[in-house]
Design a protein around this ligand. Structure first.
Ligand SMILES: *[C@@H]1O[C@H](CO)[C@@H](O)[C@H](O)[C@H]1NC(C)=O
Ligand SMILES: *[C@@H]1O[C@H](CO)[C@@H](O)[C@H](O)[C@H]1NC(C)=O
Ligand SMILES: *[C@@H]1O[C@H](CO)[C@@H](O)[C@H](O)[C@H]1NC(C)=O
Ligand SMILES: *[C@@H]1O[C@H](CO)[C@@H](O)[C@H](O)[C@H]1NC(C)=O
Ligand SMILES: *[C@@H]1O[C@H](CO)[C@@H](O)[C@H](O)[C@H]1NC(C)=O
Ligand SMILES: *[C@@H]1O[C@H](CO)[C@@H](O)[C@H](O)[C@H]1NC(C)=O
Ligand SMILES: *[C@@H]1O[C@H](CO)[C@@H](O)[C@H](O)[C@H]1NC(C)=O
Ligand SMILES: *[C@@H]1O[C@H](CO)[C@@H](O)[C@H](O)[C@H]1NC(C)=O
Ligand SMILES: *[C@@H]1O[C@H](CO)[C@@H](O)[C@H](O)[C@H]1NC(C)=O
Ligand SMILES: *[C@@H]1O[C@H](CO)[C@@H](O)[C@H](O)[C@H]1NC(C)=O
Ligand SMILES: *[C@@H]1O[C@H](CO)[C@@H](O)[C@H](O)[C@H]1NC(C)=O
Length: 695
């Protein structure tokens, strides 16, 4: 019974089962996502229910690769290409033997039983190799700051990564605006210098993991350089020494060179340029050129070095006349670097000049005598000069006379009027304007008029007028020339009466080219031919000396103290003789005649009174001359001495017959060439009262 009932139960159960599981079912007992390593065996395991011996079909993707009826003795239908790899288990599970990468795919198992339908199960198979020989490369080769992007790429010799992670200096990198992590690469957008560091790539798949490092250096720079001069000064003075330095950040350290005036200065070292004993020509823009030799990036920057030099000396001010009516003020300061800035603030606030300034203003009375200052501004020195324009001052013409080589008398009239700007002189004779020619010659500076003629009387007819003019005014003077004239003369004798000195004066406008010294009386004793001399006295005046126009005194020796001599001076102008001077007598006789002695004897009582009168007279004279010396005097031309050359001093012994010789050198006589200031012979103080009387 129990056996029967057991069979029944089994039958019933079997019927119940069959009735309950009338649909086909397939279920994977394990995971449907299967990772496999290359070369290993992998089983996609399934179990099914609901039918016996169904038809099993495996699809790789959509492609059927295995068809088999479970339990059948016919071998499964597997294409040859998969023959080696794909095997089917009796329970329908698929085994992949020595699986290769190409078998990574979606696998579907489908069972079919006629009358029951179809059931299926799906698997995903991933076949992995272990990751090996990972290489990190970059693109471009060097990371450079500022480029668009920099990419780190990896490649593996073997094995695909399922996961990858990038780290920068140990910190994981996530995709953001700066980085983008892609499947095979890491892109750094706009890399910066602080992206320099160690990059790490961590690759994993289910069967391996690999860590790879790469050090990346971002090239940068040259950054904006820092240019410095040491010592730091706003300017340098010629002769100074300084050094310029140029430093800029960068990787690798940029090279620096200095360029001046288009030329690279080879003597700079690591951006330091030493300049010694600088000159103004070395002032200007210095350019530092920097180069990153690896990235090729360049940069340059200028620095201006100012080298100054003091102008030479002091500024010079002057004033000139322009267009007759205008004054041209000049200010000049030569040399220097830069040129000094010059201005005449009193004249104009808008005009200035560098090194030289010329300012033209209309002459006006308020400029006459006004001191105008030129302000000269130079970084090393401030200076100034001033100039005063003046109308011509009062003046007196001077006259001098010479004889030229042709024997013509040359009268030079000079009109110099102190004025600023210098006065221009115009000349006229009477009412005619004198023009430059042969008879009348006007010196280049117009201050001198030379008149040349044989005929003295032609000089004397008309007045000569000179007009000194500058834009501020004019002064005129007439000169009336006089013929040869002696205005005053005197005679002094030494104590023993052997030597006399004659002195004379001529009026300032007198035309005189020389003097004849004439004597009446016995012949002079010759110092050399003592005794052998003929004492042939004469009652005629005869010339014993001829003196040049500049002479104002002469000595005559040797006189016989016991004889009476008379002397006079004849002024000459060329061939023309003027009026003789008064006659001076010397010798015994009249001076000590009886009446004279009697007079002196009688005069003794009166001499005290006379002495008092004399003292009074001297006092008066001193007072008078003091006063007179303050008044304008005729300037006595110094040029008179020059005229001596054209008229040799004819010494008496050449001129006269007889044994006349130069006076013996027994006394130092002062042959002063001219002027009142003739030093009187020291050996005989002349008495205040002349004792020589006119004959
Ligand atoms: C894989 O299966 C084949 C055949 O069944 C066997 O010869 C081989 O040893 C197996 N390989 C491994 C790694 O188990
Ligand atoms: C496998 O199936 C998944 C969906 O289940 C699909 O996304 C994938 O593309 C398939 N793979 C292949 C190799 O067909
Ligand atoms: C791959 O790496 C291994 C050791 O890691 C090395 O022996 C082999 O030479 C490398 N292969 C190549 C092609 O670089
Ligand atoms: C990379 O950089 C790290 C530290 O930044 C250093 O320790 C390492 O030696 C570097 N590697 C190479 C190949 O330079
Ligand atoms: C410039 O001068 C400094 C100090 O005087 C010296 O150390 C440096 O070597 C000089 N450089 C050059 C390029 O001569
Ligand atoms: C720098 O100096 C050079 C040469 O004098 C000049 O050509 C250039 O324009 C200057 N550049 C600047 C930025 O001043
Ligand atoms: C220039 O300016 C100064 C002071 O500012 C003034 O005293 C002077 O009169 C001015 N000169 C002229 C010509 O305007
Ligand atoms: C003229 O200049 C000198 C120095 O150059 C100065 O001493 C003097 O005071 C100036 N005179 C006037 C009136 O400015
Ligand atoms: C007058 O002429 C002479 C030469 O004939 C010349 O040297 C002089 O400069 C002239 N004077 C003037 C004011 O032109
Ligand atoms: C000199 O000139 C005057 C006037 O011009 C004249 O009368 C006289 O005859 C002239 N004398 C000689 C020598 O030419
Ligand atoms: C010449 O000038 C003087 C004054 O210096 C004057 O008295 C005289 O009348 C003038 N003579 C002539 C001819 O103009």
């Amino acid at each position: 019974m129990t056996w029967l009932s057991a069979i029944l139960l089994a039958l019933m159960l079997s019927v119940t089962f069959q009735g309950a599981h009338c649909d086909l079912q397939v279920s994977p007992p394990g995971p449907t996502l299967v990772n496999a390593q290359v070369g290993r065996n992998v089983t996609l395991a399934v179990s099914f229910s609901g039918a016996s011996d169904p038809v099993v079909r495996w699809f790789m993707g959509n492609l059927p690769v295995v068809t088999w009826t479970i339990g059948s003795s016919t071998p499964p239908d597997i294409p040859n290409v998969h023959n080696e790899v794909l095997k089917i288990e009796p329970d329908g599970s698929l085994v992949l033997v020595n699986v290769q990468l190409g078998y990574s795919n979606n696998y579907t198992m489908e069972i079919t039983k006629s009358g029951l339908g179809t059931a299926s199960a799906s698997f995903i198979l991933k076949v992995y190799e272990s990751i090996q020989n990972v290489t990190l490369s970059t693109q471009p080769d060097y990371a450079t700051e500022g480029v668009d992007k920099f990419t780190l790429l990896y490649s593996t010799l073997q094995g695909e990564a399922e996961q990858w992670m990038w780290f920068f200096n140990g910190v994981e990198i996530k995709t953001n605006s700066h980085y983008s992590v892609e499947q095979k690469s890491l892109v750094i957008n706009r890399p910066k210098r602080n992206d320099t560091g160690q990059y790490t790539l961590f690759l994993t798949n289910p069967f391996s993991d690999v860590t790879t490092h790469k050090n990346v250096t971002v090239l940068y720079g040259p950054d904006e350089p820092i240019l410095e001069a040491s010592p730091a000064q706003s300017f340098y003075v010629s002769g100074d020494s300084l050094s310029l330095s140029c430093q800029a950040e960068g990787f690798p350290q940029p090279s620096a060179e200095w360029v001046f005036g288009g030329q690279t200065l080879s003597d700079s070292h690591k951006g330091v340029l030493n300049l010694t004993n600088v000159q103004p020509s070395q002032g200007g823009a210095y350019t530092c050129k920097l180069l990153n030799e690896k990235s090729g990036a360049r940069r340059q920057r200028n620095m201006t070095v100012y080298i100054y030099e003091k102008p030479l000396g002091n500024p010079l001010c002057s004033v000139k006349s322009a267009n007759n009516d205008d004054l041209q003020y000049h200010c000049h300061w030569s040399g220097g670097a830069p040129k000094a800035q010059l201005s005449f603030p009193a004249l104009s606030n808008s005009s200035s000049g560098a090194g030289h300034l010329s300012l033209t203003v209309t002459a006006s009375d308020d400029l006459n005598g006004k001191t105008v200052t030129c302000i000269a501004d130079h970084p090393l020195q401030q200076n100034k000069c001033n100039i005063t324009a003046r109308s011509p001052m009062e003046f007196l013409p001077s006259v001098r006379t010479t004889v030229d080589l042709e024997g013509k008398v040359v009268v030079t009239i000079q009109c110099i009027s102190e004025a600023s700007p210098k006065a221009v002189v115009t000349w006229s004779r009477g009412s005619e304007v004198v023009t430059n020619g042969t008879k009348y010659q006007i010196s280049a500076d117009t201050t001198q008029l030379r008149i040349r003629d044989y005929n003295i009387s032609s000089f004397l007819l008309k007045n000569y007028t000179c007009t000194c003019r500058n834009p501020l005014g004019s002064q005129r003077r007439d000169t009336r020339l006089q013929g040869p004239t002696i205005s005053d003369s005197s005679l002094f004798s030494n104590q023993d009466g052997t030597v006399i000195t004659l002195t004379w004066e001529v009026p300032p406008t007198s035309v005189v080219t020389g003097f004849d010294i004439q004597m009446k009386g016995p012949d002079l004793l010759s110092a050399n031919h003592n005794g052998s001399q003929t004492k042939g006295g004469s009652n005629e005046y005869r010339s014993i000396q001829r003196k040049p126009g500049s002479a104002r005194s002469t000595d005559v020796s040797v006189l016989d103290p016991k004889s009476i001599y008379r002397f006079r001076v004849i002024p000459r102008a060329g061939m023309t003789e003027g009026e003789p001077s008064e006659t001076h007598r010397i010798g015994p006789g009249e001076g000590l005649s009886g009446p004279a002695i009697a007079g002196i004897a009688a005069g003794i009582p009166c001499s005290l009174l006379f002495l008092l009168l004399l003292i009074g007279l001297i006092y008066f004279c001193v007072h008078y001359f003091k006063k007179k010396s303050r008044q304008t005097r005729y300037p006595v031309s110094r040029a008179v001495e020059k005229a001596v050359a054209t008229q040799p001093d004819i010494t008496p012994h050449k001129l006269l017959t007889g044994g006349l010789k130069s006076p013996p050198d027994y006394n130092i006589l002062h042959h002063a060439p001219s002027e009142r200031s003739v030093a009187l012979p020291t050996f005989v103080p002349p008495p205040p009262v002349r004792f020589a009387t006119t004959v």
